[in-house]
Design a protein around this ligand. Sequence first.
Ligand code: GDP
Ligand code: IMO
Ligand code: MG
Length: 422
Amino acid sequence: MSVDVLLGLQWGDEGKGKVVDFLAPKYDFIARFQGGPNAGHTLKFDNKKHVLHQIPSGIFRKNKHNIIGNGVVLDPVIFKKEVDAIHEKFNIDLHEIISISNKAQLISPVHRLLDRVLEENKGKKKIGSTLKGIGPTYQDKIGRHGLRVGDVLSKSFKEKYEKQKSYHDYFLEGHYNDSFKNEEEDFFLAVDFLKKFNLTDTEYLINNNLIKDRKILAEGAQGTLLDIDFGSYPFVTSSNTTTAGACIGLGISPNKIHNVYGIFKAYCTRVGAGPFPTELFDDIGDKIAQNGKEFGSTTGRPRRCGWLDIPALKYSIMLNGVTHLYMMKADVLSDFDKVKVCIGYEYEGKEINYFPSIIDSDNIKPIYKSFSGWTSGVNSSRKYSDLEENFKSYISFIEDNVGVKVKLISLGPDRDETVLLD
Ligand code: GDP
Ligand code: IMO
Ligand code: MG
């Protein structure tokens, strides 16, 4: 009777979508527990690629039920677009295979507008938000005037919406133009669409199925270093992206958590602003970006790239209680003469091996260890024994330093480009 959690250990986009889709056949339920349409989870199979934003990544596997948990912030307009696109492209009807928590918060046009105006007001200190309304929606939740999915069934939904909007009138005065009014129209149409889904107490759905020994995989969004408490605040998202967030965001008790799959890229990327100690500003960084096609799945922005950061990885493993490491995109580091890993930092005149909480590019300098590279031949490996020795040394070094074994290696975006280790 347990739940496994899969989450990102870096700044998001580690490849969570690919692995959830890969693992889904072993589970009965796949559940998203936080975040919203700021996420972009890419799946590739049968020569088709698809990006999911709010819908869990288990929908393409037969007989799986997918849950959008109470910790999620749901934009009904984006939800409708996603559902329609999946129906059109794959002929899958999601009504029967998705349940949505009646306690998940609704993102409205007001939140999207607030996100934009708040970011504009930050000038040079912009967070680089995806502008999907995430921060303002969580603010309203904590401020106790959020609109929840369950509210859409209420006869007074419109009044509730207007009441919530009125809290922001002072700040948004002058922004309610025609384009905003069109967005409001789309919002109410999408809310009607949402009503046809199973909106329920998903915490009961999950716990009742746990009693029946059904298997549940909790799918994280964003990454640990974007966590509202432990990330590089204020350059973070507005939810708890860690294992504990899965308990809160689904209504499961901590003693039900079993395996924690920590996903990391063989290097690092970050999209949006904020500290990134191992960021590369040279040809090597450009080559990683090019090989890895490092452009945001949600916003299309170029992702910043750099070497793997072991102190940061250890920090994330500690916060999440990671039991299995999954290394993604190792193929992207093929054909480099040298591959480097950050093993510590020079920080304010001292050598340290932990991840400090206050970082700016002036007070931190990574200390690297170099490895001989591997070739693109590694891309066709399908079992551990096929892997090149140089690459195996890289894996062993990471395992020895972080104290957790790498159990899966991903060598391409497709479901099949995956190597499982014993
Ligand atoms: P997520 O947000 O964690 O699900 O990750 P994204 O989908 O935003 O970004 C990961 C990107 O890398 C997507 O374009 C995936 O198709 C791609 N990808 C995933 N695993 C691999 C891999 O092992 N190798 C390569 N080259 N691409 C991968
Ligand atoms: P997935 O699930 C990468 C980043 C944004 C910005 C910061 C705050 O695909 O890994 P927000 O819109 O949440 O207010 O933005 O967080 N960010 C992500 N970066 N992957 C994501 O999700 C992200 N979701 C948010 O770029 O820096
Ligand atoms: Mg992504």
